[in-house]
Design a protein around this ligand. Structure first.
Ligand code: CA
Length: 219
């Protein structure tokens, strides 16, 4: 899953980036409203963390512009303490959730998981296909209850596909959602990750749909 992190305070941004990356997200960053707006307008993110107090263009305006342009990615806003009208304005502008600063990283990660889950139409934090289970809370994967060790990229590919069971996902879409923008992207590596997942998990777990992409078995 790929997340846009918008925060102008360097120390907090760095802390957030580290935690998000450790939790398995590909992270793109912006430190002002103009760059944030451009990134969210031109790239596809699975979620956005948006500070409202930003230089150049404020977060609320950024959010309104995205929504007016039909950008539907889930947005979690970060608001100042004791500013309830900022929360109301944010939600009315199209935010899906909010967190008040200061917050606990665990809470932010839990809210982010819930947003991504809901935007995929899923209710449970544990995603399943047959005896395969992916727990989005711990980023652990088990098959028949036995833990399976995956590399971070293998996990990212599986996580993305498991959020879209039964849907055909193209290689370019997968590439876009498992790498941050500044990463050296190579869509050929997706094939390698899928091959390894089949080997480690189940040969028929991920179907190749010729000329279109991959589809994860629902059950
Ligand atoms: Ca700020």
């Amino acid at each position: 899953m790929r997340v846009l992190l918008v925060e102008d305070e360097p120390a907090l941004r760095m802390q957030l980036r580290t935690s998000l990356q450790e939790a398995g997200y590909a992270v793109d960053e912006a430190d002002n409203g103009r760059d944030a707006h451009f990134a969210g307008d031109t790239e596809n993110f699975d979620a956005v963390i948006l500070d409202l107090g930003l230089p150049v263009l404020d977060g609320l305006t950024v959010l309104k512009r995205w929504r007016e342009a039909g950008r539907v990615m889930p947005v979690l806003i970060l608001t100042a303490r004791d500013n309830w009208h900022e929360k109301v304005a944010g939600i009315d502008a199209g935010a899906d959730d909010y967190l008040t600063k200061p917050f606990h990283m665990e809470e932010l990660l839990a809210r982010l998981r819930a947003l991504i889950r809901r935007s995929s139409g899923l209710a449970s934090p544990v995603l399943r296909s047959g005896t395969l289970a992916l727990d989005t809370r711990s980023a652990r994967v088990t098959i028949d209850g036995q833990p399976v060790t995956l590399t971070s990229h293998e996990y990212k590919v599986l996580d993305y596909l498991m959020h879209r069971p039964g849907q055909v996902v193209s290689r370019s879409e997968l590439t876009e959602h498992i790498y941050a923008q500044d990463f050296d992207r190579d869509s050929n590596t997706i094939e390698v990750f899928v091959a390894r997942l089949r080997k480690k998990l189940r040969p028929d777990l991920i179907e190749t749909v010729r000329g279109q992409g991959y589809r994860l078995q629902c059950a």
